[in-house]
Design a protein around this ligand. Structure first.
Ligand code: PLP
Length: 444
């Protein structure tokens, strides 16, 4: 059973009876360490969320919000989807999990087979993890070990300075975003490309030659890289849309130089950009693909890394194990696999990838007139990711606060305000999102 569009609005009454907002805030202030948050933050205005349904969430005071942050950018099928809840319950009561270094279970094979069918031919071997960062960690290790297994050790990675691939030490080391600076010894060399053009010009066809040349220099100047590692759209880097043809040019560059191409689909994968995978816009096949967020829709932690049989088979040469010396206790958790299978069913049945493309056009067309506002520098988007780039972070923060006061949750990355709704948002939800964002901007 799946939700119909009409069921998207209206939040189910909270089953949790402990909904004293003040007490919840106080408990949180005293005992919870929040990631990516200043210690001094008072938490007075922190959202205290209790329940959700469809594209809406409800807080402890009973206020309802259209969630254009898609939870942690991962809500593909919306909240309280009965099929996802049932899949988790069923698998939990059958077998919650089993150690995949010892045996296997049914959902892991099923979801691996399913991903193999969704990905381009040749990417049929999948390793499962718990988060996007772990998928990045594994991808870098696999790229390094692949070259060692072949007897030609390489460690350098080429990537975007404004890329974001996660929060483990290795993942943060890839990024040149200021908040990702890691202290201590460099674990391996990274060449971070800083495009000469500003974010608002990067999506134009004219930007392509310069951007490709910058990557060419990065790849060719120095020791042969183990991999080029990029997102199809820079998410945390400010919702930056890249020029059409960029990934195709990178694929050609990697082929020419004999380098692996790793595409991070943690954010873009499973319909977010109006295609099942972001790299489909350019029709390329990467050597490794990392996936997470939309695959389990925010219901359970889950991530995957798919690669070729050639990369996989190279691990037979590992001197100590004859295989990959990497894995986590809950990697490929059976409940997460079962939920992911249900998510893929919902995406298919409700045609959410196509919906993302058409609703994304509606969203972008609705937001574009905001460009006339003196504090807006750019409006850009792809699928159900839309970015309103403001004149500065303070303006962006004010816009987000204004939208929240009007019942819409938007996401801020520096000066970029991003609208990233669950893929189940309908036309009326998009219209509301556009209208509230416009009202909040007008009230600045
Ligand atoms: C493109 C991309 N890669 C990797 C990650 C890291 O994923 P996680 O937060 O699950 O570790 C993120 C998270 O936002 C992301 O957007």
């Amino acid at each position: 059973m799946s939700l119909t569009n009409g069921e998207n609005s209206g939040v189910a009454a909270a089953l949790d009876t402990d909904v004293d907002e003040g007490r919840a805030r106080e408990r949180d202030r005293r005992f919870v360490w929040h990631p990516w948050s200043p210690v001094e933050a008072s938490g007075q205005d922190a959202l205290v969320l209790v329940s959700g349904r469809g594209d809406r969430v409800r807080d402890a005071a009973g206020r309802e919000y259209l969630d254009a942050m898609a939870c942690a950018l991962n809500s593909s099928c919306g909240y309280a989807h009965p099929a996802l809840v049932a899949a988790a319950e069923r698998q939990m009561s059958l077998l919650p999990h089993y150690d995949l270094s010892v045996g296997t279970h049914l959902p892991v094979g099923r979801v691996a087979e399913r991903l193999g069918a969704l990905l381009p031919e040749g990417l049929g071997r999948t390793l499962f993890l718990n988060s996007g960062s772990e998928a990045t960690e594994a991808a870098v290790r696999i790229a390094h070990d692949y070259w060692t297994n072949k007897g030609e050790p390489r460690s350098r990675i080429v990537t975007f300075a404004a890329g974001y691939h996660g929060t483990t030490y290795i993942a943060q080391h890839l990024s040149g975003l200021p908040t990702n600076a890691v202290y201590g010894a460099e674990p391996f060399p990274v060449t971070r490309v800083r495009p000469s053009l500003p974010a608002r010009e990067l999506r134009t066809p004219e930007a392509l030659p310069a951007l490709v040349q910058e990557f060419e220099h990065a790849v060719l100047d120095g020791t042969p890289p183990a991999a080029v590692f990029v997102e199809p759209l820079l998410n945390v880097g400010g919702g930056v849309v890249l020029p059409a043809g960029f990934l195709r040019a990178l694929r050609e560059l990697c082929d020419r130089c004999g380098t692996l191409l790793i595409v991070d689909e943690v954010f873009c994968g499973f319909g977010r950009t109006g295609r099942m995978f972001g790299f489909e816009h350019d029709g390329v096949t990467p050597d490794l693909v990392t996936m997470s967020k939309g695959l389990s829709g925010g219901y359970v932690p889950f991530a995957a890394l798919s690669t070729t049989e050639e990369v996989y088979a190279s691990f037979a040469a590992d001197p100590l194990l004859g295989g990959l010396r990497y894995g986590h206790t809950t990697g490929g958790h059976a409940v997460a696999c079962a939920v992911a299978l249900a998510v893929l069913d919902v995406i298919e049945e409700r045609k959410l990838v196509q919906a993302s493309a058409t609703l994304g056009e509606q969203l972008l067309a609705g937001l574009r007139p905001l460009l006339d506002h003196r504090e807006v520098l750019d409006v850009r988007g792809l699928g159900l990711v839309a970015t309103v780039e403001c004149a500065g972070p303070e303006v962006a923060a004010e816009l987000v606060a204004g939208a929240r006061a009007r019942g819409v949750l938007l996401r801020r990355q520096g000066a970029a305000v991003m609208a990233i709704p669950p893929l189940v948002i309908g036309e009326s939800g998009v219209a509301e999102l556009v209208s509230v964002t416009g009202q909040a901007l007008a009230a600045l």
